[in-house]
Design a binder for this molecule. Structure first.
Ligand SMILES: [Fe+2]
Ligand SMILES: [Fe+2]
Length: 473
């Protein structure tokens, strides 16, 4: 993960809103940086427009310097980070970020004491073509020669870098299975009326945070695992992963993301009180049976009421996850104006998304991920917080991981990564459908000014002899 420990330390103690403020400031600074680079291509060094641009950027950075000694930006796999916080980018910002990385620059740090003229010199150096820059000794040397002391550039950080080492520790699938086992353990303890020990869940959720921050797609891809037999456990782990991924996407603190994981794993713990015949009943439930099902949030909160620390947040979201954004869900709070805890709203979105993409007894058919996204969008403002739904859709994309796409070339692609364009993910080209395919392509790839491949339609996984899970394991 890019960013120094310092950011993480200073991130501690910041409220959610303070963090969002910081990320907003960082985004403004990056926008100004893009503006300055553009000015440098249009105007000569002493032109008032150019100096004005540099002045604006300096003001934004100085605002950041009131909170930090330095402001560090990193570009990783098409994403922009301010320290460890992900910063959303519009198309034109993403394009600049891409141009910067093409010059071999993976990050830029601006230090306190920075002068306007250093920014101007840097902007002009950025105009030079990469080959010339490397022939002249590289950007760092040129900055030094140009008298720039308060700007440093960093090499490109690859997400894959260091992963091998980590894989030896634990693979995403192992982490996933650990999660399922831990949920099972807690559920069995709850059924037996024993005291719950959240410690194991805590350590697993921390491992999951590391994994998600390192490579969100690997663990999120595993949420396409849907199991009939172990539905409750697998569903709980999927909800945890999706909620954590959304938390990471919102630049929440590491500890908050871990707490979201625990909340996700425990959100349906109250279902232990529902008789199996009702849970597994394929026919429509009677009113009486529905009332029993609707009691699970209350039961969950009661079971979790003994937990301390982060367990408190799990208790709140277990209680609130079906209350809905408009307060018309269950259990009725009696006070429809009292807002739900943000964790409950996040868990509710992850819960519905996983439930509708699962082949389960209630629905009988598996809904493709793209349809689930549409349903969330449809219910935003009623069932779900509209801003969080929008963020969730930005995260999973309009074609979420695991979606099968028919391409303009006639090929079939499996979505394996999102890109900055929601309609143009990275896909694995499928030929044999046996999990051995290796050729990955980005639908952003261009050839003579046109997209090489486009998504024409989605493909129902039942039309093809394919087990999508094997591609994510
Ligand atoms: Fe539930
Ligand atoms: Fe659920």
């Amino acid at each position: 993960m890019p960013g120094g420990d310092k950011g993480e330390q200073e991130g501690q103690g910041l409220s959610f809103f303070q963090q969002q403020q910081l990320v907003d400031m960082a985004k403004k600074a990056f926008q100004q940086f893009v503006g300055l680079l553009k000015s440098a291509t249009l105007y000569p060094p002493a032109h008032p427009f150019l100096l004005g641009s540099a002045e604006q950027l300096l003001l934004c950075l100085e605002q950041l310097f009131t909170k930090r000694n330095e402001a560090s930006f990193h570009f990783v796999d098409g994403e922009l980070f301010f320290e460890t916080f992900s910063v959303s980018m519009e198309e034109h910002l993403a394009r600049t970020a891409e141009d910067v990385t093409k010059k071999g620059i993976g990050g830029i740090t601006f230090q306190q004491g920075l002068k306007r003229d250093e920014l101007v010199t840097f902007a002009y150096l950025m105009k030079r073509d990469p080959d010339t820059v490397s022939a002249q000794g590289g950007m760092e040397t040129l900055l030094h020669q140009g008298g720039v002391r308060n700007i440093a550039v960093h090499a490109i950080l690859l997400r894959g870098a260091g992963r091998e080492e980590q894989q030896q520790e634990k693979k995403p699938l192992e982490i996933y299975h650990d999660g399922v086992e831990a949920v099972k353990e807690v559920v069995h303890a709850a059924v037996a009326g024993k005291a719950l020990n959240a410690r194991r869940l805590q350590s697993i959720s921390h491992t999951m945070v590391d994994n998600i921050l390192d490579n969100r797609d690997a663990l999120v891809g595993l949420t396409s695992i849907k199991s009939y037999d172990e539905y409750t456990f697998v569903h709980s782990v999927n909800v945890a992963i999706l909620a954590m991924a959304l938390g990471a996407f919102l630049s929440l603190k590491r500890s908050q993301i871990a707490a979201l994981g625990i909340a996700g794993m425990l959100h349906d713990i109250g279902k232990v009180s529902i008789p199996r015949e009702i849970i597994n009943k394929p026919e429509t439930l009677t009113d009486q049976e529905w009332n029993i099902v609707k009691y699970h949030p209350v039961e969950g909160a009661l079971i979790l009421s003994g937990l301390l620390g982060v367990g408190r947040l799990a208790m709140v979201s277990a209680f609130e996850h079906h209350q809905q954004f408009d307060g018309k869900g269950y259990p009725r709070s009696g006070d429809e104006d009292s807002p739900l805890h943000p964790f409950s709203k996040i868990v509710a979105i992850a819960d519905t998304y996983d439930a509708i993409t699962s082949a389960r007894v209630y629905y009988r058919i598996e809904t493709p991920p793209g349809e689930a996204v549409k349903l969330l969008l449809h219910r935003r403002g009623f069932h779900f917080d509209p801003v969080l739904v929008k963020t969730f859709v930005n995260m999973v994309g309009l074609f979420p991981l695991g979606t099968l796409l028919r391409l303009s070339t006639g090929e079939i692609g499996l979505v394996i990564h999102q890109t900055r364009d929601l309609l143009r993910p990275r896909v694995l080209l499928l030929r044999d459908y046996d999990g051995t395919e290796k050729e990955e392509v980005s639908l952003l790839e261009m050839e003579s000014g046109r997209y090489k491949r486009m998504a024409v339609s989605t493909v129902d996984p039942r039309e093809i002899p394919i087990d999508v899970n094997q591609y994510f394991q």
